[in-house]
Design a protein around this ligand. Sequence first.
Ligand code: TYD
Length: 247
Amino acid sequence: MAKRKTGRFITFEGTEGAGKSTLIAAVETALVRRGIDCVRTREPGGNPTAEKIREVILSSAMNPWTELFLYEAARAEHLAQTILPALAAGKVVLCDRFTDSSLAYQGQGRGLPWKQIQALNEIATQGLEPDLTVWLDIDPAEGLSHAREITRFEKEGVIFQSRVRQGFARARRESPARWLKLQARSATPEALAEKVVEAWLKQQAKIASKKAPRRKPNQKSSKKIRTGSPRTKASGPRKRGGSRGRS
Ligand code: TYD
């Protein structure tokens, strides 16, 4: 298992052309406005060695297993050099793609066995899972018409992208609690970003309430009753010192 983290980890997933980068930038702006320290990163990539692996992956077609191992190798490096240190420093990490992309692209898209990809994901991430995964969904044909950069994955076409989309749906069915599905272009990036921040704050409040010590029903508190205003969503999460519920 990865070392205990105090920050929070939000990943963004989706097929090509959904507008993930714009959404991530808007989420970062919205969090920074609330005084929350963020690190924005991406997969494959996110640190010098992983960016080199990214170039190899995107440069030419290869055996699907080779492709998967390269994504996992880049991920292991990204995790160790970028994600874990940022989380340990109490930051919110916003990551453009993560393990669910391997399941969707190499699993559902290329047909590699789902369970084996899950096992490799687990090894590469030392068991770290996102706290929240935002799926920015778009019709694959529409997405491809918006794609700004044409890599070999966009060239695979609509049928491949449709399989990948089914892959995200399957990953979401398997762990629904951490997913937030948004319809791409259903609102401005700023409005979509607010939905992400709201979902995230709600999740933080839930985690905080689970951690709060419970008093026995007949146990009287010696403390004075507080009359100040309750902690609101807008007051934001505690930034440091908490540990999350999972490891
Ligand atoms: P990129 O240009 O970053 O695409 P996007 O802007 O859509 O995120 O290229 C990354 C490509 O790698 C993208 O097509 C999805 C693919 N990918 C996988 O196939 N498996 C993975 O595990 C990851 C992280 C990405």
